[in-house]
Design a protein. Sequence first.
Length: 134
Amino acid sequence: SDDVMIALGLAYVPGDSTGTVAVTLNTGCSDCDVALWSVTGITSYHVYDSDTDVSGALSLTLDTRADGYLIAAVAAENSLNASTTWTNASESVDESTDGMEISGAIVATSGAAVTVSASFSGTSGTEVMAVMTL
């Protein structure tokens, strides 16, 4: 079976600046997808809370800050015409490639804890989730 991994990162890009995202893999990889979200108006450029789930349930509760964001990503292997359903976040990335389903979601936060979950249909392999709040 394939290894399924997700990584979330944060970059501060001031004003109308541009930046370059580079991904360097230390081992062989059959596929690598990159998704970028742009957020404005946040008061802190630090991760407030983060967590991962590899249990298959794909549901996490995170603390949030007022006027922040929750960003989540999920991946599943062995997908054929798969789809992802999100709870408490809006899907903004949806890609099926080389037998993998990749999905990402974002939601503005108010300072109250948020439980975000994702469920797949059409997959039969490893499922992983990573979530962070800003």
